[in-house]
Design a protein around this ligand. Structure first.
Ligand code: F2R
Ligand code: MG
Ligand code: MG
Length: 308
């Protein structure tokens, strides 16, 4: 398809991993703490990614192997890839344990948070491959984003957040930065997201403190997905958006990952600073699913999508 390149597919996935790795050392910190940790410059300190990227890899692997969404297989990929030291959220950890014990993927996620299900951002943080794969059909994208979220997040606000993030990646991939907020507004059903997305335009010059008060920087999907979209829209380079997202403090790896996915889909892999790519490759490529592997996942998604 015109304008949609392999570089943009790679950019969304690697952008997500890089945003995750930049935010990981400061997850849970205040804005002030983040600026003191990064006072000598925005280097990828360890280059290691966390649960955000490990799960995103599982989504991509499953779409590639099955040629589309398959809940049983995707759940299996999450279990197979799991490493506790990547710091998973407690709800997701509990659901993965149930899945590993043999519970069906349509049932396990309904058991956490007193039967409410999770509205954490753990479904949204991994959803970029679905935004890429279904970018040309928003009804299917929305439906599949909900289904893929349900494996671990059965609360409607967890699923809606993931669908909004997936659609933002698709719009960025298609080059639809102008109009992104109207396209999103026309789709969103849940009030808390409608309210936050409708505020983004008027907040584009806001200071960080106000932005956090209005959109949030926490682990709930509704306190982080709108913030990632904002971070993309406020700036005009990949690094400015991702650095800003991390500078807000709070759930820095995840807001960084989601901003990186949208920005990478828009600008392509070439826009990601080479020193960030080398740090990621150095930390993760030795025997792990690192930079080269994530690039390969982007290439495969592109190849299967466009039948080339
Ligand atoms: N786990 C973490 N970070 C914590 C520790 C890392 C730190 N670097 C350290 O070493 O100290 N990060 C990862 O988890 C987040 C994604 O979480 P996920 O997968 O959505 O998990 P969960 O537990 O389902 O939801 C997150 C929290 O949201 C609240 N919540 C969700 N649903 C709720 C409900 N129905 N009622 C009440 N609260 C609900 C809870 O506080 C959950 O724990 C990402 O940041 C990822 O990076
Ligand atoms: Mg994480
Ligand atoms: Mg996080």
């Amino acid at each position: 398809m015109k304008g949609i390149s392999r570089s943009k597919f790679r950019g969304a996935l690697i952008g997500s991993a890089v945003g995750d790795a930049l935010g990981a050392p400061v997850e849970g910190c205040t804005m002030e703490e983040v600026s003191s940790v990064y006072e000598n410059g925005w280097e990828l300190k360890s280059g290691r990614y966390t649960d955000d990227t490990e799960m995103m890899i599982g989504v991509a692997e499953s779409l590639i192997e099955k040629g589309g969404f398959d809940g049983t297989d995707m759940a299996r990929k999450f279990i197979r890839n799991y490493h506790a030291w990547r710091h998973y959220g407690p709800g997701t950890r509990a659901v993965l344990k149930r899945l590993k014990a043999g519970e069906h993927w349509e049932e396990a996620s309904k058991r956490v948070f007193n039967g409410e299900g999770s509205y954490g951002n753990g479904a949204a943080m991994r959803i970029a491959p679905i935004g890429l794969f279904y970018h040309d059909d928003v009804d299917t994208l929305w439906d599949i984003a909900y289904k893929a979220s349900h494996i671990t997040h059965s609360h409607v606000l967890g699923k809606e957040g993931a669908a909004i993030q997936a659609y933002s990646v698709a719009l960025a991939l298609r080059g639809q930065r102008e109009g992104m907020l109207s396209y999103l507004g026309a789709r969103i059903k849940e009030g808390i997201y409608r309210a936050k997305i409708s505020k983004i335009e008027q907040l584009l010059d806001a200071d960080r403190k106000l932005l956090i008060e209005e959109l949030g920087n926490g682990e709930a999907a509704f306190n982080s997905v709108p913030t990632a979209i904002y971070s993309f829209l406020r700036f005009h380079t990949f690094s400015d958006s991702v650095i800003y997202a991390v500078s807000l403090g709070g759930d820095t790896d995840t807001i960084g990952a989601m901003t990186g996915a949208i920005s990478g889909a828009y600008y392509g892999e070439e826009a990601i600073p080479p020193e960030w790519l080398s740090a990621l490759a150095k930390a993760e490529d030795e025997g792990r699913k690192g930079l080269r592997y994530i690039e390969w996942l982007g290439d495969e998604l592109y190849r299967i999508k466009f039948k080339i």
